[in-house]
Design a protein around this ligand. Structure first.
Ligand code: NAP
Length: 255
């Protein structure tokens, strides 16, 4: 998406993937600086570990505790997080408004942290369920606003209690919600017709059966990438162009 965008706009830039082993992270950041790299994205498993290796962290990335975008500035490398705002924009672009709504978050990793941080200033309540109960309570504690939060271990009982009693399910695990409900032997019909489902992991949202109201992972990919672009170039992202490029790469529109 970025390379075709740069080409279409005549920008002399390239976006390259680097697979970085955890023990090489510090050396990689130093080499990126020495090479004059203008900015980069950070993904699993480095979003937390990179924080002490950067020269500055935005308030939002600091509060979330994870960085997904790094920008070169006159003072060095600055860390930002566009996952929370990207998720919020994806929800709104899909027709879901989080204000005063009940939200169920499955998972308690970096993406869940960013989403709870962002949505807690608007939602009525947020329930966080995770395999490791300790992590779910830490993520529920990232609440910065009006939302009432509750956390528990991910279990059949908690899923049955909360699915069907929420306005939006945000699945921030690598599993799709349909797959997760199947694993727990919970009927899909427990999800009400007016309940939204947002599977963050790619590939699950294209499932044809199941919930009617869906937010696609690619919408969040686009929105958080647009925010990264804005940080790197200090100008609004060409979102329509990026959407068209991603649609072509995906083989069709996801909306
Ligand atoms: P992460 O930090 O590794 O967290 C993963 C979370 O999923 C953890 O809470 C983990 O539980 C839970 N989990 C893993 N496997 C599970 C399973 N089999 N059953 C139940 N829970 C499981 O990852 P992340 O960065 O938050 O990303 C989560 C997902 O979102 C990934 O698939 C990623 O690709 C996707 N994502 C998408 C976008 C987008 O733009 N669409 C952006 C960011 C992330 P434990 O704590 O118990 O290990």
């Amino acid at each position: 998406m970025f390379n075709l965008t740069f080409k279409a706009l005549g920008l002399d830039c390239s976006y390259l993937p680097f697979e970085v082993p955890p023990e090489e992270l510090q050396a990689t950041v130093e080499e990126a600086k020495a090479l004059g790299i203008a900015g980069f994205n950070v993904t699993m498993p480095h979003k937390v570990a990179i924080i002490p290796l950067l020269d500055k962290i935005s308030n939002e990335a600091y509060q979330i505790g994870s960085v997904n975008t790094v920008v070169r500035s006159s003072t060095g490398f600055e860390g930002h997080n566009t996952d929370g705002e990207g998720a919020l924009r994806a929800l709104r672009a899909s027709g879901f408004e989080p204000r005063n709504r009940k939200i169920l978050v499955l998972g308690a990793g970096g993406a869940a942290r960013a989403i709870v941080h962002k949505l807690s200033s608007e939602a009525e309540s947020i329930v966080v369920l995770n395999r490791s109960e300790e992590k779910s309570s830490i993520v529920a504690g990232i609440n910065r606003g009006v939302a009432k939060t509750y956390s528990a271990k991910l279990s059949k009982t908690e899923l049955e209690k909360n699915i069907g009693n929420t306005d939006l399910i945000v699945n921030a695990t690598p599993l799709g919600t349909i797959e997760m409900l199947n694993d727990f032997k919970i009927p899909l019909a427990n999800i009400r017709d007016n309940e939204w489902v947002f599977d963050l992991a790619y590939g699950h949202s294209s499932v044809q059966h199941g919930p009617r109201l869906r937010v696609n992972a690619l919408e969040m990919l686009l929105q958080q990438a647009g925010l990264s672009y804005q940080l790197w170039f200090e100008s609004p992202a060409p979102l329509d162009l990026m959407r068209s490029i991603l649609t072509d790469q995906n083989g069709g529109d996801w909306r």
